[in-house]
Design a protein around this ligand. Structure first.
Ligand SMILES: NC(=O)c1ccc[n+]([C@@H]2O[C@H](COP(=O)([O-])OP(=O)(O)OC[C@H]3O[C@@H](n4cnc5c(N)ncnc54)[C@H](O)[C@@H]3O)[C@@H](O)[C@H]2O)c1
Length: 337
């Protein structure tokens, strides 16, 4: 089957694209490279295009004889979505509608959608299950939940098959050190910590030290991109027209910001300077997902179930690619920044 990966040059999308190529699918990335990287996509597999360009989407689906879409393309920063909600509604909602309209026009019956923990109500009991209340607190979550509802409505009207994969904190890097997290404007904790370790940033900012958690910092659920990619592959293999499903992709447990800093410090062998500031709007104290449904129904099993190995793979990437895909250093020997 030919698969179109919108946002396939991004951090998660490119990991999933490489995985399904290894598993025998024919696949292409369709990406405007706004936050993605050309070098993250295997040669000959990138089509530069925008999901806001409906004609180009249709052309691509027809030319590449697409049979399924994995829809990763999105704007995905919580603080940016609070500052600039219009852009998030445009890309995440109107962009998704374009993808769906092009699918209907080109008879593409299957879609896997990258959804998020941010669609859930933060007041729910943890760990969250797929039936926990969805009531987003930030525009990023609102737009992703609206996209879910749009997909559901199109599926009912046109018989599409869909799977929502609601993931929590994507993290880590390819174990061979060749691909990892690289965005010009970074807002994710682990790359920010390693940005300090490699001298790109002076210190780390920790938003709130007075949360109702054991050490006062926020707790999040970290999932390795290799495991996320495996979840996508399993979902793709089992998706059929008319099917509608949602799975959390998490670990069932969480780590606090200070625990993640500690894990990174152990890997690099020195301490990371950080400053604790006021809480940030839109952050919940704790976000943890139950992966039981994904494990039971699709047989998903995490390969990276320890925070220490997740951050080891991330450090192997960041220490050899301090400027992302633009530069790389020799892998030889440990690099203590
Ligand atoms: N990273 C996480 O922890 C996380 C957690 C939950 C959900 N998600 C979801 O996973 C998906 C991928 O996230 P990511 O972390 O890889 O982000 P990313 O920014 O690395 O990837 C997004 C990709 O989409 C592309 N893109 C953006 N707007 C586009 C447009 N209009 N047309 C075509 N391409 C466009 C970007 O260039 C980029 O390659 C997103 O949908 C995000 O909401 C991510």
């Amino acid at each position: 089957m030919n698969v179109l990966c919108t946002g396939g040059a991004g951090y998660v999308g490119s990991a999933c694209l490489r995985r399904i190529l290894r598993f025998g699918y024919d696949a292409v990335a369709y990406d405007n490279l706004s936050t993605g990287n050309r070098a993250a996509v295997p040669d000959g597999r990138l089509i530069v295009g925008d999901i806001l360009d409906r004609d180009a989407l249709e052309r691509t689906m027809r030319d590449c004889r697409i049979g399924a879409v994995m829809h990763f393309a999105a704007l995905a920063s919580v603080p940016d979505s609070i500052a600039d909600p219009g852009s998030y509604w445009l890309t995440n909602v109107i962009g998704t509608k374009n993808v769906l309209d092009a699918m209907i026009e080109c008879d593409v019956p299957l879609i896997l959608f990258s959804s998020t923990a941010a669609t859930y109500a933060f007041t729910s009991d943890m760990p969250l299950t797929e039936s926990s209340l969805q009531d987003p607190h930030v525009p990023y979550g609102t737009t992703k939940l609206t996209a879910e509802r749009l997909i559901h409505d199109y599926a009912r009207a046109y018989g599409l098959g869909y799977t929502f994969l609601r993931y929590f904190n994507a993290s880590g890097a390819d174990p061979d050190g060749t691909h990892g997290e690289a965005r010009a404007a970074e807002s994710h904790l682990i790359p920010l910590i390693f940005g300090v370790a490699t001298g790109r940033r002076e210190k780390l900012t920790v938003y709130g030290g007075d949360w109702p958690t054991p050490d006062g910092t926020c707790i999040r659920d970290y999932v390795h991109t290799t495991d996320l990619a495996a979840a996508h592959q399993l979902a793709l293999e089992t998706l059929e027209p008319g099917m509608g499903r949602a799975y959390n992709v998490g670990s069932g447990s969480g780590s606090s910001v200070l625990e993640v800093i500690g894990a990174c410090e152990s890997v690099i062998g020195r301490s990371i300077p950080y400053e604790v500031v006021e809480r940030r709007p839109g952050d919940p104290a704790v976000l943890i997902a139950s992966p039981s449904k994904l494990e039971q129904e699709l047989g998903w099993k995490r390969r990276y179930d320890r925070l220490s190995t997740i951050v080891e793979t991330a450090w192997a990437w960041h220490r050899t690619h301090p400027d992302g895909y633009a530069t790389s250093r020799s892998m030889a020997g440990p690099l203590h920044a």
